[in-house]
Design a protein around this ligand. Structure first.
Ligand code: DOR
Ligand code: ZN
Length: 345
């Protein structure tokens, strides 16, 4: 039985670092284990221009504790006013690694997102030419569509038409939660990949709603039925390079999570790798963990994998805090509901 595993240092291909006091509190938890992360731009106000991205990157680097290394890979928040020239310049300068598409109203701080997809066509066409990936929050926002169907509906109504209209556009379907999304990505050989979060490999919708409402398991896209969780686990542990880790670690303070209208997001940065090792071991796929956390993402983004390694060791239960303190208030760490035995050493 494997008790120790050395893998290339992982990257997180979808991460919310926030800003200010929250950034200072959460950044070390990602930097401890991850070398790089695709940093989401849904601040208030959002990161929409190259100038915004440069300033945000500087704030992240300034918040990094002495002695830690971490490379934030910046993204721009796509709006109907986004200038293709600004995007191309930020890409040419090496400032951004992707552009993020939020359908307006789909999730936290998405009000400035896209309503009319025709209005962003020039940006998407330019991105296809320069090879800049589009990270997509794949949910329709039509209030008539059931929240559990919004991802599957997005594929038919938005994603597939958009990809057909923009040949060559490289797309990452972010935080997929359904077997429909897994099937769609699996059916395409080129220019399409998906990130999978840690928490969607662990919870289904019963964890949120059965026996009491558990706000710390609420995120968007919301966790679906068990059959979908199993499809995600198969995809993540399969070794298929189109699937890679994007934790979507998304801190909100307890008062914001636990209110009458709680925010969406699971904070998984502190214990993600211990949970993933547990999941991959359960699936008999520890040999595919490195691909998922450390190889497939860089390959899609055209970056070299990290040179350094981390070691995961199995032993006595791993202690991690139930909450972390931040200048904005306490943030609850994701509880997978089982003891963790894999620690990063
Ligand atoms: O659960 C989520 N939280 N999903 C998102 O899409 C946004 C994120 C956040 O920023 O809190
Ligand atoms: Zn996210």
């Amino acid at each position: 039985m494997i008790q120790s595993l050395s893998i290339r240092r992982p990257d997180d291909w979808h991460l919310h670092l926030r800003d200010g006091a929250m950034l200072a509190a959460v950044l070390p938890h990602s930097a401890r284990h991850f070398a790089r992360a695709i940093v989401m731009p849904n601040l208030v106000p959002p990161v929409v221009t190259g100038v915004d991205a440069r300033a945000y990157r500087n704030r992240i680097l300034a918040a990094l504790p002495e002695g830690m290394t971490f490379t934030p890979l910046m993204t721009l928040y796509l709006t109907e006013e986004t200038d293709p020239e600004d995007v191309a310049a930020a890409h040419a300068n090496g400032l951004i690694s992707a552009v993020k598409l939020y359908p307006a109203g789909a999730t936290t701080n998405s009000a400035s997102g896209v309503r009319d997809f025709d209005k962003v066509r020039p940006v998407l066409e330019r991105m296809a030419v320069i090879g800049l990936p589009l990270c997509v929050h794949g949910e329709v926002t039509d209030p008539a569509v059931d929240i559990f169907d919004r991802e599957a509906m997005f594929i038919d109504r938005v994603l597939d038409p958009l990809r057909r209209a923009t040949p060559g556009l490289r797309v990452v379907m972010e935080h997929v939660t359904t077997s429909d999304a897994v099937a769609y990505v699996s059916a395409h050989e080129r220019d399409l990949a998906a990130t999978i979060t840690t928490h969607h490999l662990v919870i289904n919708r019963n964890h949120i709603l059965a026996g009491g409402i558990r706000p710390h398991y609420y995120c968007l896209p919301v966790a679906k039925r068990e059959e979908h969780r199993l499809a995600l686990r198969l995809a993540a542990t399969s070794g298929d390079a189109r699937f890679f880790l994007g934790t979507d670690s998304a801190p909100h303070t307890d008062p914001l999570k636990q209110g009458a209208c709680g925010c969406a997001g699971c904070f998984t940065a502190p214990n993600t790798l211990s949970i993933l090792a547990h999941v991959f071991e359960e699936e008999g796929a520890l040999n595919n963990l490195e691909g998922f956390t450390s190889l497939h993402g860089p390959a899609f983004y055209g970056l070299p994998p990290n040179e350094t390694h981390i070691t995961l060791t199995k032993g006595a239960p791993v202690a991690y805090p139930a909450k972390i303190k931040t200048g904005d208030g306490p943030v609850t760490v994701f509880d997978p509901g089982f003891a963790l035995h894999w620690r990063v050493t």
